[in-house]
Ligand binder design. Sequence first.
Ligand SMILES: [Zn+2]
Length: 260
Amino acid sequence: MMQAGEIESALSDLVIANRILANENVVDAYGHVSIRHPRDPQRFFLARSLSPDRVERGDIMEFDLEGNPTGGDARQPYLERFIHAAAYAARADVQAVVHAHAEDVLPFGITAAPLRPVIHSGSFMGLHVPVWDIADRFGPDTNMLVTNMEQARDLARCLGPNNVALMRGHGFSAAARSLIEVVRMAVYIPRNARVQMNALRLGREIRPLHDGEIAARDLGYKPYSLETRRAWRYWAHKAGCAHLVEEQPVDHVHKPWGSE
Ligand SMILES: [Zn+2]
């Protein structure tokens, strides 16, 4: 019973995450968010091919780390589900993944200007944000999308130990230790990009956060603290799904995924 409750709670949070990312304009008809299975690290949960603003509990599918649906689920999955599979396969610490096409980050994937954390809430993307170019390994004539495991593994290699990778002319992928953390990061990455772009219009020199400041931010961040939950509830309320948050027992939502 405990196990079923934990999984249902994780799936409910995944529905909320879909609605938040849609409402905050991080995703539109495209883009997706997933979580690793709380009890089986070789599996993850991701919605069927559907706009994130429409995702409900019944739309969530289970996949293995090759991107195959489990249990004979024949519904249409997202074409780019491999991004998630390869991120979980490459990094045991990753519990949640977002892939999105947010317009504000795109200039930093097609120029030499690196995306840097320039605002306090952008610190969680980390000091280094690598850019993955699908043309480097897969030639000049791909359709730009990550449509198989080979491409997805190459993207995961580019991500390495970092939290975010930009994808040239396409978008970004973000990986984190919890669902709340990846949603928070995905919400603030485009805002950070917007501020950086505006700052570059004002002058050539920008002053990004330096490594000591980023480390201090990381040290103070607790993904299940009251302060973090405040943002989660705020976004969920704005997205019209506060009722899903409030149905959960408070003592459960403070626990990290996979803990007893
Ligand atoms: Zn994409």
